[in-house]
Design a protein around this ligand. Structure first.
Ligand code: NDP
Length: 268
């Protein structure tokens, strides 16, 4: 029961990594608000978790949604201790549009940043305000990505938005410390975690097997990670075991970033 007595809010919790984090937090005794843009789906996910969970409709891009959600949490639970800014999109949800620096459309660039970066900015802002208001110690966990640490030419907006999340996490951590608030803020940088987010990129049938192999070719552990492996790290950051950790970034990538695969071609 590492989170006993704590209240958590998780964005994008209907499925994938967010749902796994919600499950882990409930198991460890927290009361968890699962939030998502897909209200029906998040209700279903929360229902399975029983009395320790509640579902809320929250589009992370909409500040009014954040205001309503945090007001409700404080009214119902008196405190908010943990916020996980997990909701994110790749930009490929409705098809393989161009996301390289030369051909990407401004509207597509902005759409990715609206969810991945504006959503995290709003999540941190309203987490700090709610935690300050209730006088509770808090942990804000931002889900960035390996893609926020390296360039990704084919998904430039995604990489840019995740790099900004990494940096904003440190600003939030320092701001809270300067303010004397007992609020920590850290980022997690996963890579290749098998969730529905990958579906548009994996295809089906034999092509799917080949694509899966290709995606983990440069991963030292030669496999996709699981949402539960990300949840385990989020649990550590959320708990009082991590009270001296703030402004930190934790990679969770099967060792990908431990080496360099961008070696020049031997022929050149
Ligand atoms: P999924 O696509 O499986 O789940 C994301 C959830 O967020 C979906 O339920 C989605 O709803 C929801 N969502 C999308 N837009 C919004 C919004 N504006 N407001 C609220 N909820 C929204 O993703 P993952 O679980 O794979 O990823 C979770 C996080 O982890 C993301 O930030 C992602 O970038 C990051 N990450 C994932 C990696 C991976 O390999 N899976 C690697 C590195 C980072 P809907 O389905 O209706 O769109």
């Amino acid at each position: 029961m590492r989170l006993k007595g704590k209240t958590a809010l998780i964005t994008g919790a209907a499925r994938g990594i967010g749902a796994a984090i919600a499950q882990a937090f409930c198991r460890e005794g927290a009361f968890v608000y699962l939030t998502d843009i897909d209200e029906a789906a998040v209700r279903q996910t929360a229902a399975v978790l029983g009395d320790g969970a509640s579902a809320l409709h929250l589009d992370v891009r909409d500040e009014a949604h954040w205001q309503a959600a945090t007001t409700r949490v404080l009214a119902e639970r008196k405190a908010l201790n943990i916020v996980v800014n997990n909701a994110g999109i790749t930009g490929f949800e409705s098809g393989m549009v161009a996301h390289d620096p030369e051909h990407a459309e401004l509207a597509h660039w902005r759409a990715v940043h609206a969810t991945n970066l504006d959503g995290v900015f709003l999540g941190c802002k309203h987490a700090i305000r709610a935690m300050r208001q209730s006088g509770s110690a808090g942990s804000i966990i931002n889900i960035s990505s390996r893609s926020g640490l390296v360039g990704i030419p084919a998904a430039a907006a995604y990489a840019s938005s995740k790099a900004a999340v990494r940096n904003h996490t440190k600003s939030v951590a320092l701001y809270c410390a300067e303010q004397g608030l007992p609020i920590r803020c850290n980022s997690i940088h996963p890579a290749a975690i098998l969730t529905p987010m990958w579906e548009p990129m994996l295809g089906s049938g034999q092509e799917r097997e080949a694509n899966m192999r290709e995606f983990v070719r440069d991963c030292p552990l030669k496999r996709f990670g699981t949402p539960h492996e990300v949840a385990a790290v989020a649990l550590l950051l959320a708990s009082d075991e991590a009270t001296y950790m703030t402004g930190a970034e934790l990679n969770l990538d099967g060792g990908i970033l431990a080496g360099a695969v961008a070696a020049p071609n031997a022929d050149h």
